[in-house]
Ligand binder design. Structure first.
Ligand SMILES: Cc1cc2nc3c(=O)[nH]c(=O)nc-3n(C[C@H](O)[C@H](O)[C@H](O)COP(=O)(O)OP(=O)(O)OC[C@H]3O[C@@H](n4cnc5c(N)ncnc54)[C@H](O)[C@@H]3O)c2cc1C
Length: 462
């Protein structure tokens, strides 16, 4: 739809990241007239500063590890170092290709794309570039940015966020990673593969603390083996500059020094000064509050993605954006089951899960009603070929469905699709055990774990 002052779009979207552009593409597909307002680049954090560039770095790191470890496979490859300029070029080429594709999609679906910084100006309009864009409905999708702590200033040089870490032109000799969540451990893993001395500092008791404790422990074991240091269970107190780096002091007085400090303590919503509160949108600590259909308390305004207090994942943003578009197009929509969202931490080894942890299952169903089974990847032929260690842990409600699948091991992220089907379809272990899993694949471990839980283990002990 061409835009003039009298145009009223069906949907005006503020923010073109995963949540916003998914809503735009799906809305346009369903025949809605959509305006998409983006101040930076369509694709947002995930494409330009998140999922895609980190995975490119991790992949480059994996190749470095393979070169170093090639002798164990009888291959005489040597690792001569990282050419960071070339790694960045590879990463940027991947982003550029995907960005071009996404721009093409936005154009071909006839989404009215407006480049500029917008502000909500009424329950049905956004102001941008001195123009008022009117809509029957507005979707807020302004995402999130890295957080810091009081008194800890991110200078972009020695104290950096993930945004800076993705643009480093060198491999740091040493790094402290503040925060052992998904972003922190992914950088720790990639940097270690590049040759950096890494120390992760996490205030909680475990790395990836939202995962099942077993996954955290397996990751800690693997990191220890790789020489990634970590300090758990003590909170950060302060950071100071040293002559050529940074010193971090923890609450117990312990200190760590490194060339750089990556602050990876989480991300906070982008909502300040954007007119949300003035238009009466209910908020909590900067997050926009929504119901299960992503609608705010203002009937014409919805919100999705990292801006709302649900899981901060790109595929959650996609799903929420699609839900809004379909609801506004009059389709029947179903609320998202957030426990059923697949979660992958792409470090070496990968951590992947769907559903609830054993601890949560015991809280919900009672300790005596929960069965947990661990299948060791040592029994899986393909994992042996790859020389990766790890486990698949299943959490089952006694005599009922599997409510949690927790995996650790290289490439286990690729298994999360089947795990999600098992969880979402409330499959019984015997039903999964009935399915054939190709031999020899790592996927076979999923079948074997269910065979064992169904009481008929094949390649594991009774
Ligand atoms: C290092 C890192 C790695 C990650 N890895 C993964 C991963 O592997 N898998 C995964 O699922 N998730 C990952 N994530 C999370 C994922 O990137 C986010 O969950 C996702 O990008 C959220 O999408 P969004 O649309 O809510 O916000 P964003 O992607 O942040 O998009 C918001 C957009 O709004 C725009 N905007 C903001 N204010 C305005 C304004 N006033 N006017 C116009 N435009 C505005 C911004 O420029 C931005 O483009 C990662 C994040 C980081 C930081």
């Amino acid at each position: 739809m061409a835009n003039d002052a009298s145009t009223v779009f069906d949907l005006v979207i503020l923010g073109g990241g995963s949540g916003g552009y998914a809503a735009a593409l799906r809305g346009a597909q369903l025949g809605l007239d959509v305006a998409l307002i983006e101040k930076g680049k369509v694709g947002g954090t995930c494409l330009h500063n998140g999922c895609i560039p980190t995975k490119a770095l991790l992949h480059a790191g994996e190749i470095a590890d393979q070169a170093r470890e090639s002798a164990q496979f009888g291959v005489k490859a040597t690792f001569e170092g990282i050419d960071m300029e070339a790694v960045n070029k590879y990463k940027d080429d991947v982003i550029a290709g995907l960005y071009k594709g996404l721009q093409g999609l936005v154009a071909s679906r006839k989404v009215h794309y407006i480049e500029g910084e917008g502000k909500l100006s009424s329950p049905t309009s956004v102001d941008v570039n001195g123009q008022r864009i009117q809509g029957r409905h507005v979707l807020l999708a302004t995402g999130s940015v890295p957080k810091s702590l009081p008194g800890l200033e991110i200078d972009g040089n020695r104290i950096i966020s993930s945004d800076h870490a993705l643009k480093l032109d060198r491999v740091p000799k040493s790094a402290i990673v503040l925060g052992g969540g998904v972003i922190g451990v992914e950088f720790a893993s990639a940097w270690k593969s590049f040759g950096t001395e890494v120390t992760v500092v996490e205030g909680l008791k475990h790395l990836v603390p939202v995962e099942d404790e077993n996954s955290s422990k397996l990751l800690e074991r693997a990191f220890r083996k790789r020489g990634i240091k970590f300090n758990l269970g003590t909170f950060f107190e302060k950071a100071e500059y040293t002559q050529d780096g940074v010193r971090v002091t923890l609450a117990d007085g312990k200190t760590f020094e490194a060339e750089i400090l990556l602050v990876a303590i989480g991300r906070g919503p982008v909502s300040q000064g954007l007119g949300y509160e003035e238009q009466g949108v209910a908020m909590d600590r900067g997050y926009v509050l929504v119901d299960e259909y992503m609608q705010t308390n203002v009937p014409t305004i919805s919100a999705v993605g990292d801006l709302v207090p649900t899981l901060q994942l790109a595929h959650v943003g996609f799903a929420e954006g699609i839900l809004v578009a379909e609801r506004l197009a009059g389709l029947k929509t179903v609320p998202i089951d957030y426990d059923g969202v697949p979660r992958v931490t792409y470090c070496h080894p990968e951590v992947a899960s769907v559903g609830i942890t054993e601890a949560k299952a015991k809280e919900i169903y009672g300790a005596d009603k929960v069965v947990a089974l661990k299948y060791n990847l040592a029994g899986n032929g393909k994992s042996r070929i790859l020389k990766t260690a790890g486990e698949i842990k299943l959490v089952q409600v006694k005599d009922g469905a599997v409510v949690g699948v927790h995996m650790v091991g290289d490439r286990m992220g690729e298994q999360v699709g089947e795990a999600q089907l098992i969880y979402n379809w409330e499959a019984l272990p015997s039903e999964v055990a009935q399915l054939l899993h190709a031999h020899p694949t790592q996927n076979e471990a999923m079948g074997e774990a269910h065979l064992a839980l169904a009481g008929k283990p094949l390649h594991s002990h009774d």
